[in-house]
Design a protein around this ligand. Structure first.
Ligand code: NDP
Ligand code: MG
Length: 383
Protein backbone atom coordinates (compact mmCIF):
# COMPACT_ATOMS: atom_id res chain seq x y z
CA UNK A 1 0.00 0.00 0.00
CA UNK A 2 1.32 3.42 -0.97
CA UNK A 3 1.57 5.94 1.86
CA UNK A 4 -0.44 9.13 1.50
CA UNK A 5 1.55 12.20 2.45
CA UNK A 6 0.64 15.75 3.45
CA UNK A 7 3.49 18.28 3.21
CA UNK A 8 2.89 21.52 5.10
CA UNK A 9 5.27 24.24 3.90
CA UNK A 10 6.02 22.48 0.62
CA UNK A 11 7.50 25.62 -0.97
CA UNK A 12 10.29 25.89 1.63
CA UNK A 13 13.70 24.29 1.75
CA UNK A 14 12.55 21.13 3.58
CA UNK A 15 9.31 20.96 1.60
CA UNK A 16 11.19 21.04 -1.71
CA UNK A 17 13.66 18.37 -0.56
CA UNK A 18 10.71 16.22 0.54
CA UNK A 19 9.11 16.53 -2.90
CA UNK A 20 12.40 15.41 -4.42
CA UNK A 21 12.27 12.30 -2.19
CA UNK A 22 8.68 11.69 -3.31
CA UNK A 23 9.59 12.12 -7.00
CA UNK A 24 12.22 9.36 -6.62
CA UNK A 25 9.81 7.03 -4.80
CA UNK A 26 6.52 7.33 -6.59
CA UNK A 27 5.88 3.62 -6.27
CA UNK A 28 5.85 3.93 -2.46
CA UNK A 29 4.33 7.30 -1.66
CA UNK A 30 1.66 9.67 -3.02
CA UNK A 31 1.21 13.36 -2.30
CA UNK A 32 -2.27 13.90 -0.91
CA UNK A 33 -1.90 17.59 0.02
CA UNK A 34 0.55 20.50 -0.13
CA UNK A 35 0.60 23.92 1.54
CA UNK A 36 2.32 27.25 1.08
CA UNK A 37 2.01 30.56 2.88
CA UNK A 38 2.42 33.05 0.02
CA UNK A 39 4.69 31.62 -2.69
CA UNK A 40 1.89 30.92 -5.16
CA UNK A 41 4.05 30.75 -8.31
CA UNK A 42 6.12 27.90 -6.95
CA UNK A 43 3.00 26.32 -5.47
CA UNK A 44 1.37 26.31 -8.89
CA UNK A 45 4.34 24.38 -10.32
CA UNK A 46 4.18 21.88 -7.46
CA UNK A 47 0.43 21.35 -7.93
CA UNK A 48 0.97 20.82 -11.65
CA UNK A 49 3.68 18.24 -11.07
CA UNK A 50 2.21 16.30 -8.12
CA UNK A 51 -1.53 16.79 -8.67
CA UNK A 52 -2.54 16.57 -4.99
CA UNK A 53 -6.19 16.14 -4.04
CA UNK A 54 -5.95 19.08 -1.58
CA UNK A 55 -3.91 22.24 -1.15
CA UNK A 56 -3.73 25.22 1.20
CA UNK A 57 -2.52 28.78 0.79
CA UNK A 58 -2.45 29.97 4.39
CA UNK A 59 -2.01 33.69 3.68
CA UNK A 60 -5.53 34.93 2.89
CA UNK A 61 -4.81 37.49 0.15
CA UNK A 62 -2.40 35.12 -1.63
CA UNK A 63 -5.04 32.39 -1.56
CA UNK A 64 -7.53 34.70 -3.23
CA UNK A 65 -4.96 35.48 -5.97
CA UNK A 66 -4.08 31.80 -6.35
CA UNK A 67 -7.71 30.77 -6.85
CA UNK A 68 -8.20 33.51 -9.40
CA UNK A 69 -4.97 33.04 -11.36
CA UNK A 70 -4.63 29.26 -11.27
CA UNK A 71 -7.89 27.34 -11.20
CA UNK A 72 -7.05 23.64 -10.70
CA UNK A 73 -10.33 21.70 -10.78
CA UNK A 74 -8.67 18.53 -9.42
CA UNK A 75 -7.28 20.20 -6.30
CA UNK A 76 -9.47 21.55 -3.52
CA UNK A 77 -7.66 24.55 -2.01
CA UNK A 78 -8.27 25.74 1.56
CA UNK A 79 -7.34 29.18 2.82
CA UNK A 80 -6.86 31.04 6.06
CA UNK A 81 -5.43 30.50 9.53
CA UNK A 82 -6.75 26.99 10.08
CA UNK A 83 -6.04 25.66 6.57
CA UNK A 84 -2.84 23.82 7.57
CA UNK A 85 -4.69 22.17 10.48
CA UNK A 86 -7.43 21.06 8.12
CA UNK A 87 -4.87 19.36 5.89
CA UNK A 88 -3.20 17.79 8.93
CA UNK A 89 -6.57 16.31 9.99
CA UNK A 90 -7.52 14.79 6.61
CA UNK A 91 -8.76 11.26 7.33
CA UNK A 92 -7.20 9.87 4.12
CA UNK A 93 -3.66 10.90 5.16
CA UNK A 94 -1.07 8.55 6.70
CA UNK A 95 1.82 10.95 7.32
CA UNK A 96 2.06 14.70 7.79
CA UNK A 97 5.44 16.32 7.20
CA UNK A 98 5.34 19.60 9.07
CA UNK A 99 7.88 21.83 7.31
CA UNK A 100 6.28 25.16 8.27
CA UNK A 101 8.75 27.60 9.82
CA UNK A 102 8.15 29.00 13.32
CA UNK A 103 5.46 28.84 16.00
CA UNK A 104 2.87 29.02 13.19
CA UNK A 105 3.34 25.23 12.89
CA UNK A 106 2.16 24.33 16.40
CA UNK A 107 -1.56 23.82 15.76
CA UNK A 108 -0.88 21.66 12.69
CA UNK A 109 1.48 19.43 14.68
CA UNK A 110 -1.20 19.01 17.35
CA UNK A 111 -3.92 18.32 14.76
CA UNK A 112 -1.74 15.62 13.15
CA UNK A 113 -1.28 13.77 16.42
CA UNK A 114 -4.88 14.23 17.58
CA UNK A 115 -6.05 12.59 14.38
CA UNK A 116 -3.69 9.66 14.98
CA UNK A 117 -1.21 10.11 12.13
CA UNK A 118 2.54 9.95 11.93
CA UNK A 119 4.07 13.38 12.38
CA UNK A 120 7.35 13.75 10.47
CA UNK A 121 8.56 16.79 12.34
CA UNK A 122 10.83 19.41 10.77
CA UNK A 123 9.01 22.30 12.49
CA UNK A 124 11.13 22.16 15.65
CA UNK A 125 9.51 25.30 17.04
CA UNK A 126 6.27 23.40 17.75
CA UNK A 127 8.19 20.86 19.85
CA UNK A 128 10.11 23.63 21.61
CA UNK A 129 7.05 25.63 22.65
CA UNK A 130 4.46 22.86 22.96
CA UNK A 131 6.47 19.70 23.67
CA UNK A 132 4.41 18.67 26.68
CA UNK A 133 1.13 19.05 24.78
CA UNK A 134 2.45 17.24 21.70
CA UNK A 135 3.60 14.30 23.83
CA UNK A 136 0.20 14.12 25.54
CA UNK A 137 -1.60 14.14 22.18
CA UNK A 138 0.76 11.48 20.84
CA UNK A 139 0.07 9.20 23.81
CA UNK A 140 -3.68 9.73 23.67
CA UNK A 141 -3.92 8.48 20.08
CA UNK A 142 -0.86 6.19 20.09
CA UNK A 143 0.55 8.13 17.13
CA UNK A 144 4.20 8.72 16.22
CA UNK A 145 6.53 11.71 16.10
CA UNK A 146 9.56 10.99 13.93
CA UNK A 147 12.12 13.81 13.85
CA UNK A 148 13.35 15.28 10.57
CA UNK A 149 15.94 17.59 12.17
CA UNK A 150 19.19 15.84 11.24
CA UNK A 151 20.58 15.77 14.80
CA UNK A 152 17.40 14.28 16.26
CA UNK A 153 17.13 11.79 13.43
CA UNK A 154 20.70 10.73 14.26
CA UNK A 155 19.84 10.40 17.95
CA UNK A 156 16.70 8.44 17.11
CA UNK A 157 18.77 6.04 15.03
CA UNK A 158 21.50 5.75 17.71
CA UNK A 159 18.88 5.02 20.37
CA UNK A 160 17.97 1.78 18.62
CA UNK A 161 21.28 0.46 20.04
CA UNK A 162 20.23 0.59 23.70
CA UNK A 163 17.45 1.09 26.22
CA UNK A 164 16.24 4.45 27.46
CA UNK A 165 17.48 3.80 31.01
CA UNK A 166 20.93 3.00 29.59
CA UNK A 167 21.44 6.49 28.13
CA UNK A 168 24.28 8.37 29.80
CA UNK A 169 24.30 11.37 27.51
CA UNK A 170 23.01 12.75 24.29
CA UNK A 171 25.78 14.47 22.33
CA UNK A 172 24.23 17.04 20.02
CA UNK A 173 26.64 18.13 17.30
CA UNK A 174 26.59 21.44 15.46
CA UNK A 175 28.72 22.96 12.71
CA UNK A 176 29.23 26.14 14.74
CA UNK A 177 27.78 28.25 11.91
CA UNK A 178 29.54 30.92 9.84
CA UNK A 179 30.96 32.80 12.86
CA UNK A 180 32.61 29.90 14.66
CA UNK A 181 36.05 31.46 14.11
CA UNK A 182 34.98 35.13 14.11
CA UNK A 183 36.31 37.05 17.15
CA UNK A 184 33.58 38.44 19.37
CA UNK A 185 34.85 42.02 18.83
CA UNK A 186 33.90 41.71 15.15
CA UNK A 187 30.28 40.70 15.87
CA UNK A 188 29.21 44.36 15.68
CA UNK A 189 30.08 44.43 11.97
CA UNK A 190 28.30 41.24 10.89
CA UNK A 191 26.06 41.82 7.88
CA UNK A 192 22.90 40.05 6.75
CA UNK A 193 24.76 38.56 3.76
CA UNK A 194 27.41 37.07 6.04
CA UNK A 195 24.81 35.62 8.42
CA UNK A 196 22.91 34.06 5.52
CA UNK A 197 26.03 32.31 4.21
CA UNK A 198 26.03 29.02 6.11
CA UNK A 199 29.20 26.94 5.59
CA UNK A 200 27.45 23.56 5.28
CA UNK A 201 23.66 23.67 4.94
CA UNK A 202 21.45 25.46 2.42
CA UNK A 203 18.27 26.24 4.40
CA UNK A 204 15.48 28.80 4.75
CA UNK A 205 16.51 32.28 6.00
CA UNK A 206 15.17 32.00 9.58
CA UNK A 207 16.99 28.78 10.50
CA UNK A 208 20.13 30.05 8.72
CA UNK A 209 20.23 33.10 11.00
CA UNK A 210 19.42 30.83 13.98
CA UNK A 211 22.47 28.76 13.05
CA UNK A 212 24.64 31.87 12.97
CA UNK A 213 23.57 32.93 16.50
CA UNK A 214 23.56 29.27 17.66
CA UNK A 215 19.93 29.79 18.71
CA UNK A 216 19.27 26.84 16.43
CA UNK A 217 21.37 24.57 18.61
CA UNK A 218 19.58 26.00 21.66
CA UNK A 219 16.18 25.22 20.14
CA UNK A 220 17.48 21.74 19.34
CA UNK A 221 18.42 21.18 22.99
CA UNK A 222 14.83 21.93 24.02
CA UNK A 223 13.50 19.84 21.11
CA UNK A 224 15.60 16.88 22.31
CA UNK A 225 14.36 17.25 25.91
CA UNK A 226 10.77 16.67 24.75
CA UNK A 227 11.38 14.23 21.91
CA UNK A 228 13.48 11.89 24.00
CA UNK A 229 12.02 12.73 27.43
CA UNK A 230 15.49 13.51 28.79
CA UNK A 231 16.85 16.06 31.26
CA UNK A 232 18.79 19.01 29.76
CA UNK A 233 21.60 18.02 32.13
CA UNK A 234 22.09 14.88 30.08
CA UNK A 235 22.61 16.81 26.84
CA UNK A 236 26.04 18.00 25.69
CA UNK A 237 26.60 20.25 22.70
CA UNK A 238 29.79 19.62 20.72
CA UNK A 239 30.99 21.67 17.74
CA UNK A 240 31.88 19.49 14.77
CA UNK A 241 32.58 21.75 11.77
CA UNK A 242 32.55 19.01 9.10
CA UNK A 243 28.90 18.06 9.92
CA UNK A 244 29.49 14.40 9.08
CA UNK A 245 28.53 13.01 12.48
CA UNK A 246 24.97 14.25 12.94
CA UNK A 247 24.79 13.49 16.68
CA UNK A 248 25.61 10.70 19.11
CA UNK A 249 24.31 8.83 22.12
CA UNK A 250 26.60 7.71 24.91
CA UNK A 251 25.33 4.73 26.90
CA UNK A 252 26.14 3.78 30.52
CA UNK A 253 28.94 1.44 29.42
CA UNK A 254 30.60 4.54 27.82
CA UNK A 255 29.99 3.20 24.34
CA UNK A 256 29.11 6.03 21.94
CA UNK A 257 26.89 5.36 18.91
CA UNK A 258 27.07 7.97 16.12
CA UNK A 259 25.16 8.41 12.87
CA UNK A 260 27.42 9.37 9.97
CA UNK A 261 26.48 10.63 6.51
CA UNK A 262 27.05 13.52 4.13
CA UNK A 263 24.93 16.53 5.12
CA UNK A 264 21.82 16.15 2.96
CA UNK A 265 18.37 16.66 4.46
CA UNK A 266 16.86 14.14 2.05
CA UNK A 267 18.28 11.40 4.24
CA UNK A 268 16.51 12.31 7.53
CA UNK A 269 13.37 13.21 5.55
CA UNK A 270 13.33 9.74 3.92
CA UNK A 271 14.00 8.11 7.27
CA UNK A 272 11.03 9.89 8.88
CA UNK A 273 8.72 9.07 5.96
CA UNK A 274 9.61 5.40 5.54
CA UNK A 275 10.68 4.38 9.08
CA UNK A 276 11.22 1.56 10.07
CA UNK A 277 12.33 0.87 6.48
CA UNK A 278 15.39 2.42 4.89
CA UNK A 279 15.30 3.36 1.23
CA UNK A 280 18.02 4.09 -1.32
CA UNK A 281 18.90 7.71 -0.65
CA UNK A 282 19.95 10.46 -3.02
CA UNK A 283 23.65 10.89 -2.48
CA UNK A 284 24.65 7.23 -2.74
CA UNK A 285 28.40 7.13 -2.46
CA UNK A 286 30.11 7.82 0.87
CA UNK A 287 33.88 7.45 1.21
CA UNK A 288 35.45 8.01 4.62
CA UNK A 289 38.85 8.58 3.02
CA UNK A 290 37.44 11.65 1.21
CA UNK A 291 36.69 13.22 4.55
CA UNK A 292 40.25 13.04 5.93
CA UNK A 293 39.48 14.42 9.37
CA UNK A 294 36.67 14.86 11.87
CA UNK A 295 37.24 17.50 14.55
CA UNK A 296 35.38 18.42 17.75
CA UNK A 297 35.48 21.40 20.08
CA UNK A 298 33.53 22.88 22.96
CA UNK A 299 31.02 25.64 22.12
CA UNK A 300 31.90 29.21 23.09
CA UNK A 301 29.04 30.19 25.41
CA UNK A 302 30.35 33.76 25.78
CA UNK A 303 30.22 34.39 22.05
CA UNK A 304 26.90 32.56 21.68
CA UNK A 305 24.90 33.42 24.85
CA UNK A 306 21.62 32.10 23.39
CA UNK A 307 22.94 28.56 23.64
CA UNK A 308 23.52 28.89 27.37
CA UNK A 309 20.17 30.62 27.79
CA UNK A 310 18.46 27.72 26.00
CA UNK A 311 19.63 25.31 28.71
CA UNK A 312 18.12 27.59 31.40
CA UNK A 313 14.88 27.87 29.45
CA UNK A 314 14.77 24.08 29.00
CA UNK A 315 15.22 23.53 32.77
CA UNK A 316 12.51 26.02 33.75
CA UNK A 317 10.01 25.07 31.01
CA UNK A 318 6.41 26.33 31.29
CA UNK A 319 5.74 29.27 28.98
CA UNK A 320 9.42 30.34 28.87
CA UNK A 321 10.23 28.38 25.68
CA UNK A 322 7.27 30.03 23.90
CA UNK A 323 8.56 33.50 24.83
CA UNK A 324 12.18 32.54 24.01
CA UNK A 325 11.06 31.37 20.57
CA UNK A 326 8.68 34.27 19.89
CA UNK A 327 11.28 36.92 20.78
CA UNK A 328 13.75 35.14 18.52
CA UNK A 329 11.30 35.08 15.60
CA UNK A 330 10.72 38.82 15.98
CA UNK A 331 14.44 39.63 16.39
CA UNK A 332 15.45 37.52 13.38
CA UNK A 333 12.72 39.04 11.19
CA UNK A 334 13.92 42.51 12.24
CA UNK A 335 17.53 41.56 11.46
CA UNK A 336 16.51 40.28 8.01
CA UNK A 337 14.81 43.63 7.37
CA UNK A 338 17.98 45.38 8.64
CA UNK A 339 16.08 47.02 11.50
CA UNK A 340 18.51 45.61 14.09
CA UNK A 341 22.14 44.48 14.06
CA UNK A 342 23.21 40.87 14.42
CA UNK A 343 24.76 41.42 17.87
CA UNK A 344 21.45 42.85 19.18
CA UNK A 345 19.50 39.62 18.63
CA UNK A 346 20.56 37.96 21.94
CA UNK A 347 19.86 41.18 23.90
CA UNK A 348 16.30 41.47 22.54
CA UNK A 349 15.58 37.86 23.54
CA UNK A 350 17.19 38.15 26.98
CA UNK A 351 15.39 41.41 27.77
CA UNK A 352 12.04 39.93 26.70
CA UNK A 353 12.52 36.79 28.81
CA UNK A 354 13.40 38.87 31.86
CA UNK A 355 10.02 40.63 31.74
CA UNK A 356 7.98 37.44 31.42
CA UNK A 357 5.91 36.07 34.27
CA UNK A 358 5.85 32.42 33.50
CA UNK A 359 2.99 29.94 33.68
CA UNK A 360 4.42 26.64 34.95
CA UNK A 361 2.00 24.14 33.40
CA UNK A 362 0.53 25.92 30.42
CA UNK A 363 -2.51 24.98 28.38
CA UNK A 364 -2.52 25.56 24.62
CA UNK A 365 -4.19 28.93 25.24
CA UNK A 366 -1.45 29.89 27.72
CA UNK A 367 1.22 29.01 25.15
CA UNK A 368 -0.50 31.01 22.43
CA UNK A 369 -0.91 33.96 24.83
CA UNK A 370 2.80 33.74 25.78
CA UNK A 371 3.74 33.65 22.10
CA UNK A 372 1.69 36.80 21.40
CA UNK A 373 3.05 38.52 24.52
CA UNK A 374 6.63 37.58 23.58
CA UNK A 375 6.23 39.02 20.07
CA UNK A 376 4.75 42.28 21.32
CA UNK A 377 7.34 42.71 24.07
CA UNK A 378 10.29 41.89 21.79
CA UNK A 379 8.99 44.42 19.28
CA UNK A 380 9.13 47.10 22.02
CA UNK A 381 12.88 46.45 22.39
CA UNK A 382 13.41 47.16 18.69
CA UNK A 383 13.63 50.90 18.17
P1 NDP B 1 11.58 27.91 4.69
O1 NDP B 1 11.49 29.32 5.12
O2 NDP B 1 12.46 27.58 3.54
O3 NDP B 1 10.11 27.33 4.38
C1 NDP B 1 9.06 27.49 5.28
C2 NDP B 1 7.75 27.01 4.69
O4 NDP B 1 6.70 27.37 5.59
C3 NDP B 1 7.39 27.67 3.35
O5 NDP B 1 6.63 26.77 2.58
C4 NDP B 1 6.54 28.84 3.78
O6 NDP B 1 5.69 29.33 2.76
C5 NDP B 1 5.76 28.25 4.93
N1 NDP B 1 5.32 29.26 5.90
C6 NDP B 1 5.97 30.38 6.28
N2 NDP B 1 5.25 31.05 7.20
C7 NDP B 1 4.11 30.36 7.40
C8 NDP B 1 2.95 30.55 8.20
N3 NDP B 1 2.82 31.63 9.00
N4 NDP B 1 1.95 29.63 8.15
C9 NDP B 1 2.06 28.55 7.34
N5 NDP B 1 3.14 28.31 6.55
C10 NDP B 1 4.15 29.19 6.58
O7 NDP B 1 12.03 27.07 6.00
P2 NDP B 1 12.85 25.70 6.06
O8 NDP B 1 12.32 24.73 5.08
O9 NDP B 1 14.29 25.99 6.09
O10 NDP B 1 12.47 25.21 7.54
C11 NDP B 1 11.20 24.68 7.86
C12 NDP B 1 11.25 24.08 9.26
O11 NDP B 1 12.18 22.99 9.26
C13 NDP B 1 11.76 25.06 10.33
O12 NDP B 1 11.10 24.83 11.54
C14 NDP B 1 13.25 24.70 10.47
O13 NDP B 1 13.75 25.00 11.76
C15 NDP B 1 13.19 23.20 10.24
N6 NDP B 1 14.44 22.64 9.75
C16 NDP B 1 14.94 23.02 8.54
C17 NDP B 1 16.12 22.49 8.04
C18 NDP B 1 16.61 22.84 6.68
O14 NDP B 1 17.58 22.23 6.20
N7 NDP B 1 16.03 23.80 6.00
C19 NDP B 1 16.91 21.52 8.84
C20 NDP B 1 16.28 21.17 10.09
C21 NDP B 1 15.09 21.71 10.52
P3 NDP B 1 6.27 30.45 1.72
O15 NDP B 1 7.16 29.68 0.79
O16 NDP B 1 5.08 30.98 1.08
O17 NDP B 1 7.02 31.44 2.54
MG1 MG C 1 19.35 20.52 12.99
Amino acid sequence: MKKRLVILGSTGSIGRSALDVVARNRDRIDVLALSTHRNIEQFRRQIQEFRPRYGAVTQGECCFRFQKQYPFPGTEVFSGDDAAERLASLPEADIVLNAIVGAAGLKASLATLKSGKRLALANKESMVIGGVLLNLARKATDSEIIPVDSEHSAIWQALTSGKKEEIKKIILTGSGGPFRETPREQFRDITKEQALNHPVWKMGPKITVDSATMMNKGLEVIEAVHLFDISPDKIDVVIHPQSIIHSMVEFVDSSIIAQISYPDMRLPISYALFYPDRIVSSNGHFDLTDIRQLTFQKPDYEKFPLLRLAFDVARKGGTLPAVFNAANEVAVAAFLKERVKFYQIPDIITDTLEKHIMVAQPSLDDIIAADIWGRKTAEEFIV
